[in-house]
Design a binder for this molecule. Structure first.
Ligand SMILES: *Cc1c(COP(=O)(O)O)cnc(C)c1O
Length: 407
């Protein structure tokens, strides 16, 4: 496949990446999505929008985030050099703000007064509440009661930022019910509201828009690495939940002689229900308004999933990933909970950087791969910082004494 015109060709006008993507929607919402698509396609060529987004990224988010050479970690493993794109240094501690600020700015340009979303672990909710405060938009976040009880610090952050956090008490009281509740709100209020999706998933135009907003990560990283080294890395890698930090990192490298690898969470085991490796173990299907690769139960419904990193436990993956997988351009590998925790402690001890458990999956893969290659370089997207995971990790794994030495 020729990737030189990739961004012009994908997605197509129906929001398709090959057979994946599209918009599978209740009829009432078709005009609402069309309105968002039209507004986005107009605005993304407007110099006013582009300049404002640039200013926000620089002055509010603190971009560009640096690329950092992990000298000590690399030396402990061997001769292959590991580099990190430091999205953990993006304001609010992860890559998610990149698309939330884009979505907020779009809402503002469209004259909407309100942005809404669901959140599981609360990371997307916090990023969206941050954007809402910045733009002066009303913000409602739906969250299952079970998740609210588990994620007290993020609930507090959202509230301090001025968001209205609505507890969802039906069904299992987790993410799925929160999605349903947010959807009902959107159906009733789409005239003044935008439903801001938190990854490169959902109906068109969200996989395209979120990708475009996240591409700043890969564009910066490619330029920074080239400037540091005079050449490009041999391998580029990132963790894959819904797929936003990874797609943003990968797309700018598609036309380069660079190996690209997405890392999915293998959790506790290969058994259904013990992991969330959708691409590795899933099959084609439609959920949440788009066609992609998904993990299904016997009835064809989205399967229960698990990962130690709550940002990765989604039973499907963005349609563009499914397409890049089938094209052979991007490879998908897995890392277990145990490997992620090992990487979490090693990056902390050897580099002074505490990574999010999500990002730790990509670091774990990079460490494994560096040992095999023993030459060349690997660039990892460090999607977020690990402060949010500290309490959980310490309770379950202590202070990591057993992870200190390189095996
Ligand atoms: C939410 C999250 C992810 C997973 O989402 P993607 O859309 O796959 O990027 C990864 N890392 C961090 C730090 C997150 O908060």
């Amino acid at each position: 496949m020729d990737f030189s015109k990739y961004l012009k060709e994908y997605p197509d006008k129906d929001g398709k990446f090959g057979s994946y993507g599209g918009a599978y929607l209740p009829e009432e919402l078709v005009p609402a999505m069309k309105e968002i698509e039209q507004a986005y396609l107009t605005i993304c060529h407007s110099s006013q929008f582009i300049n404002e987004l640039r200013r926000i990224r620089k002055e509010f988010q603190g971009r560009p985030t640096p690329v950092y050479h992990c000298e000590r970690l690399s030396r402990m493993i061997g001769n292959c050099q590991i580099y990190l794109k430091r999205e953990d240094l993006n304001h609010s501690g992860a890559h998610k703000l990149n698309h939330c600020m884009g979505e907020g700015l779009l809402a503002k340009f469209m004259g909407k007064k309100r942005i809404i979303a669901e959140t599981g672990a609360g990371q997307h909710g916090v990023a969206l509440a941050t954007a809402a405060a910045f733009f002066g938009l009303e913000c409602t976040i739906y969250m299952g009661e079970v998740d609210i009880a588990k994620q007290a610090p993020n609930v507090a952050r959202m509230k301090v930022l001025g968001a209205n956090v609505v507890p969802v008490s039906r069904g299992l009281k987790t993410l799925k019910e929160a999605v349903d509740a947010a959807f009902e709100d959107y159906l009733a209020n789409y005239k003044e509201t935008i439903y801001c999706i938190g990854s490169v998933v959902g109906p068109h135009p969200f996989p395209m828009m979120v990708r475009d907003f996240q591409m700043v990560v890969g564009v910066e990283a490619r330029e920074q690495f080239q400037e540091m080294m005079g050449f490009l890395p041999d391998v580029v890698t990132a963790c894959v939940g819904g797929g936003s930090n990874s797609i943003g990192m990968f797309v700018p490298f598609l036309n380069d002689p660079v190996e690209i690898v997405g890392v999915e969470p293998l959790g506790r085991s290969e058994k259904m229900g013990d992991h969330a490796a959708s691409m590795t173990y899933g099959s084609e299907g439609v959920m949440h308004g788009f066609n992609s690769i998904m993990l299904k139960d016997e009835k064809g419904e989205p399967a229960p999933v698990y990962s130690i990193a709550s940002g990765l436990d989604y039973p499907s993956v963005g349609p563009e990933h499914a397409f890049l997988h089938d094209s052979g351009r991007v490879k998908y590998e897995v890392a277990t909970d145990e490997e992620a925790v090992d990487a979490f402690f090693k990056l902390s001890r050897y580099e002074g950087i505490i990574p999010a458990l999500e990002s730790s999956h990509a670091v774990a893969y990079a460490m494994r791969r560096a040992k095999e290659m023993n030459t060349g370089s690997i660039l990892v997207n460090l999607s977020g910082r690990g402060d949010k995971d500290l309490d959980y990790v310490i309770e379950k794994y202590g202070y990591g004494e057993k992870y200190k030495d390189f095996k």
